[in-house]
Design a protein around this ligand. Sequence first.
Ligand SMILES: [Zn+2]
Length: 403
Amino acid sequence: MGCKKLYLEHMDVLACTAAVTACTPRRDGGFDVETDRTPLFPEGGGQRSDVGTMDGARILHCREENGTVLHTVEKPFAPGSTVRIEADGAVRRLHTQQHTGEHLLSFAYRKLFGAENIGFHMSETLVTIDLDRMLTEDEIAAGEAYANELVWSDRAVRIFTVDASALDGLPLRKKNETLTGDVRIVEIEGGEMCTCCGTHFTHTAPVGLIKVLEHARCKQGCRVTFVCGALALRHFAQENRELRRTAARLSAKPDAVFDAVCRKEAQLSALQAALRQQNAQLAALYAEKLAAESTACAGFRLIAAVLPAGAEVCRAAAERLCRADDVFVVLLSAEDGGFGYVCMAGANCPLDCRTAAKKLREAFGARGGGSEKAAQGRLSYAGEPSALLREIREVMADGGRQN
Ligand SMILES: [Zn+2]
């Protein structure tokens, strides 16, 4: 059974009384309700679905199937009953702003630069058109300015219907040979004429503003992302809020945020370089002190210590200590209730780091591992660091021999 689509002829009609013709339960718990007429636009042609209410129950989505419109509603309605359908006017206006804006922007890029629109998509927050050729930043900006002039000069939008056989005589943007019967034509004064089933204003001014956000290469051409009207305002408000709080945090003006971030980056790089240098000096001092504190083991000297420093310093100190051929080094640093460890072996040390990591795993449940000459990981130990070091010395003392 067909459904009369009121939005096709009467843009301003946002409510009507309708007869329910069918109602089918959906898997998600809602219902697909068909009616003999509707003011709601069903998703299609790139435009998002209207939302609204049916006797107060929410209509979450509409889609077109076999010439009829299916309203996804939260509750069922008996076929034969009469219902009141109301479209959400703010949502309709927002979608119409994007749709009419899309017509104007596409027209601008075609007229100025010969770029054809080959795709259109509207999400909840952004709109995109795909053009068949790449445009420069300047061309994108020029098209945006041209389209906005069409908005602000409040051009008339004419919608009419012709028989498909008469299409050849019209200066249409896209020719579609598969159309039959009545075809809806949208013509914008000073703009273009094309076949279209979407919702439009009678004039262009309510579009308000068309703002391109970015464009990027897409296949052979480019994808232009933009927002219009209420969506542009929402987008601006959100980005402005983000920019202002970022600027406040950087103690910069909103239009000088980029330079402020660059200065912070330079400061950070300088601090990191200074920290690396100080860590290297610290590691050298620890290595010098620890070199004199080794314990004699079976064929090597063991150096084990807990350092009040991070993993980077422990690694650098261990590397320095391992310049001596006969040492095995275990350095620990306290971290998050446990210890990080670094093991390193000198060139001729009989104890290798894989074996040492295994010993730590067996004795303390340590995690981690590495190569023959270096290993690292972490372990948990509830006792005093001095007791931990004593145990580690005992565990490592028997060298390469396995338990
Ligand atoms: Zn349209």
